[in-house]
Design a protein around this ligand. Structure first.
Ligand code: ZN
Length: 409
């Protein structure tokens, strides 16, 4: 049976007496009734309609569904329901098998499968073949190859073009030119051979991991100027702080003893490399610290920060790792309010979907997370998920536990 869908279309649901977190202003609107019908929020502040299913929201806080803006849906095992169990109702997939991901997305959209909204790049465009057999790559060693890569991706109808580190300068500029002409966003790392400022001028929509920025901005003033420039050119940043943390902790046991790892299929965990201190941890920690410093400087500017985790990597848990990223963003200097924005309204704006997502408003898609505490007062409350609406379908805590146990798909 399809989870939570029985009768959902013809029966509305009301969350009564709930505190709504306004992610635009950080205000808390207490004692509200939110009514959901079909996949939409149909009223806020009124009363529950007759015959509606009622959910008691007393003492609970309602936030918009969360987005993880950097994941990889690259396992053949379907991890999408797990995202929902942690309140993640949208993901941006930065590289996976396009056909498989599209089939999952279609099943979710038809209401036949549990999962978040998905935007996806399909294969990555890079200058060399993939060293990761899960990540499909289109190789573009020069401008003609880059133009052919663009045509292939255009015909596949991908949501955006994902560029990666080893893409040569000429390939990058050829793709950027076509992408600008045909209005396809380019997103990804700044390739090693592309100066950071050039990527901004090419209107690369998002900069992942911030690695290329450390070269462009060695002083605080340069970094601030760089991020101001990003804001002016509508370039967002996805620091993926948890990725840097994972790399800096390869040598200790914290990663592998995370009890939430049980929510990842054993067949996936078995493919992960054992952890060891074989990479130069001191060097990686220095790089991590440089990225954290950049994020703290970014908060002084208007650049938009997107929460992303690189989930799909070893030792990540779909959805749960986003809670960690939000915590790390606060650690790096974002306010809890800014961190919450980075996973709600900022992703919606980034995708051009803020008319229908990103805040709790009448008429918007009912992607909602019911929390056991105020996330702005204590950020760990984003982990206290008591219920989730994904495109109007409600999952109680009991439903979410069944999803996590693999008994509800
Ligand atoms: Zn990635």
């Amino acid at each position: 049976m399809v989870c939570g869908s029985a009768g959902a279309a013809d029966r509305s649901t009301a969350i009564e007496d709930v505190s709504i977190v306004d992610v635009l202003t950080a205000a808390i609107h207490a004692h509200q009734t939110v009514v959901i019908a079909g996949d939409r929020i149909v009223s806020i502040g009124g009363t529950a309609p007759a015959g509606a299913r009622v959910i008691n929201g007393r003492g609970k806080f309602l936030i918009p569904g969360l987005w993880d803006m950097h994941v990889h849906l690259w396992y053949k095992e379907n991890q999408l329901p797990t995202y929902i169990a942690f309140g993640v109702t949208g993901v941006r997939d930065m590289g996976s098998d396009f056909e498989r991901t599209s089939a999952w997305r279609a099943a979710i959209e038809r209401g036949e499968a549990i999962g978040p909204h998905i935007v996806t790049s399909g294969p990555v465009v890079d200058g060399a073949p993939s060293d990761n057999d899960k990540l499909p790559v289109i190789v573009a060693r020069d401008a003609p190859e880059a133009r052919r890569a663009f045509d292939r991706l255009w015909n596949m109808n991908v949501d955006f073009i994902r560029v990666s580190s080893a893409l040569p300068f000429d390939s990058y500029t050829a793709i950027a030119e076509l992408a600008r002409h045909w209005h396809v966003p380019i997103e990804g790392q700044i390739p090693t051979n592309v100066p950071a400022l050039q990527a901004i001028e090419a209107r690369q929509a998002s900069i992942e991991h911030l690695e290329g920025v450390t070269h462009a901005a060695s002083t605080d003033a340069e970094a601030i100027e760089f991020f101001e420039d990003c804001a002016v050119h509508d370039v967002s940043i996805t620091p993926t702080l948890v990725l840097w943390q994972r790399m800096a902790h390869q040598g200790d046991d914290g990663l592998k003893s995370d009890p939430r790892l049980k929510f990842v299929a054993a067949s996936i965990r078995e493919t992960w490399p054992a952890l060891g201190a074989d990479n130069d941890t001191r060097e990686v920690r220095k790089r991590r610290d440089a990225i954290y410093r950049l994020v703290s400087l970014a908060t002084r500017t208007k650049v938009e920060v997107l929460a992303g985790t690189d989930t799909g990597d070893p030792y990540t848990i779909p959805g749960a790792t986003l809670d960690d990223e939000l915590e790390q963003l606060v650690e790096a200097g974002l306010t809890p309010h800014q961190a919450l924005k980075s996973a709600t309204i900022e992703p919606a704006r980034f995708l051009g979907w803020d008319e229908k997502m990103g805040t709790i408003e009448k008429g918007k898609v009912a992607d909602l997370v019911l929390l056991g505490g105020n996330p702005l007062a204590d950020f760990r409350n984003t982990g206290k998920v008591e219920g989730v609406f994904a495109q109007g379908r409600y999952y109680s805590r009991g439903d979410l536990d069944l999803i996590l146990a693999g008994e509800k798909k």
